[in-house]
Write a protein that binds this ligand. Structure first.
Ligand SMILES: NC(=O)c1ccc[n+]([C@@H]2O[C@H](COP(=O)([O-])OP(=O)(O)OC[C@H]3O[C@@H](n4cnc5c(N)ncnc54)[C@H](O)[C@@H]3O)[C@@H](O)[C@H]2O)c1
Length: 303
């Protein structure tokens, strides 16, 4: 069966196998990318007892990723959440690789490389050639269309969004995105896998921003307008914390996510849903000033 999809004017044809393929039990997981999300995903997967390979393009990135995991596990030991020997066992289940050949024995691959459609398409073409036929291919994208990423493979029915939240070890929710041709069996496996990590899966359809980014960005954009209207970021944040019981205010949240990242996701939602997602002028001004939030030391707040 052929399914036509399009992304930014490019028509992609996804070939869906008739009858599908039997998906086997997940034992070995490969995570592509050792960055902010990749190393967090590797940690929680290893904590759940899976053998996991962390793959990045250089040993330096891998060493940095491993160091972050080591630190995070040490904190859990300090807080008595895990024992010291458990930490050693978890680290023992993690191996690293710079070669893409690592995916050749994987049951599940989770891609967490930078948020660029050209890069994701290239990576999925590559892993499709090397991964076993039964393997499920997941993408941690927070905004790009799963259907377009899946169309880069010959197994689009085995591709799903597996969207972890930052920081991965702390956040309970995982958004699973059903592409236009993702099979129910793949989605069921993703649900089962997510639960095995002691996380809570929610299913989202493959439209820009899925559920989490779409709702959050609409909320954050309106918060930016309230600041533009003269309200202080602290008043806006405290209002939401104390009047709506939010754990954190929207301005502090945007500073954490990165103002540039917020504007980028708003633009993707605007392309799909129209002007209601047009980023507030104050956000564009902040990007121009380099006030991107925590990562540059200045956003709505000074750090
Ligand atoms: N940072 C967040 O808060 C957040 C939250 C949810 C989802 N995401 C999504 O997760 C993905 C990764 O984001 P991040 O913040 O971890 O990025 P990051 O820049 O911190 O890490 C990306 C890593 O991927 C590596 N990489 C590049 N090409 C690669 C390849 N071909 N194979 C393996 N590794 C490769 C880079 O060297 C880098 O170490 C993006 O799609 C992003 O949208 C990010």
């Amino acid at each position: 069966m052929e399914v036509l999809t399009s992304y930014k004017g490019k028509v992609c044809i996804a070939y869906v196998k008739k009858g599908g393929i039997k998906l086997s039990k997940i034992n070995k997981v490969v995570v592509l990318g050792a960055g902010t999300m990749g190393n967090g995903i590797v940690q929680v997967v290893a904590q759940a007892g899976y053998q996991v390979v962390m793959r990045d393009i250089s040993d330096d990135f891998l060493a940095k990723g491993l160091k972050t995991i080591e630190k995070s596990l040490s904190k859990l030991v300090e807080k008595n959440k895990i024992k010291a020997d458990e930490k050693a066992n978890i680290l023992g289940r993690i191996t690293t690789a710079t070669s893409m050949d690592a995916v050749s024995s994987a049951d599940l691959i989770i891609e967490a490389v930078p948020e660029r459609i050209d890069l994701k398409v290239k990576v999925f073409e590559e892993i499709d050639k090397l991964a076993p036929a039964h393997a499920i291919l997941g993408s941690n994208t927070s905004s790009l269309p799963i259907t377009a990423i899946a169309a880069a493979t010959k197994r689009p029915e085995q591709v799903a969004g597996i969207h972890f939240m930052n920081p991965v070890p702390m956040m309970k929710g995982v958004e699973l995105i059903k592409g236009r041709v993702t099979s129910q069996e793949t989605l069921d496996k993703a649900v089962e896998f997510t639960k095995s990590l002691n996380k809570v899966p929610t299913i989202a359809m493959d439209y820009a921003g899925f559920i989490s980014s779409r709702l959050l960005q609409a909320y954050c954009n309106e918060a930016a307008y309230t600041v533009m209207n003269g309200n202080s970021p602290k008043d806006v944040d405290d209002n939401m914390i104390y009047c709506a019981n939010m754990p954190m205010g929207p301005c502090a949240l945007m500073d954490l996510i990165g103002i540039d990242v917020c504007v980028f996701v708003m633009q993707i939602c605007e392309e799909e849903f129209g002007p209601r997602f047009k980023a507030a002028p104050i956000l564009k001004q902040m990007v121009n000033a380099g006030h991107l939030g925590r990562k540059t030391g200045q956003g709505f707040y000074k750090y």
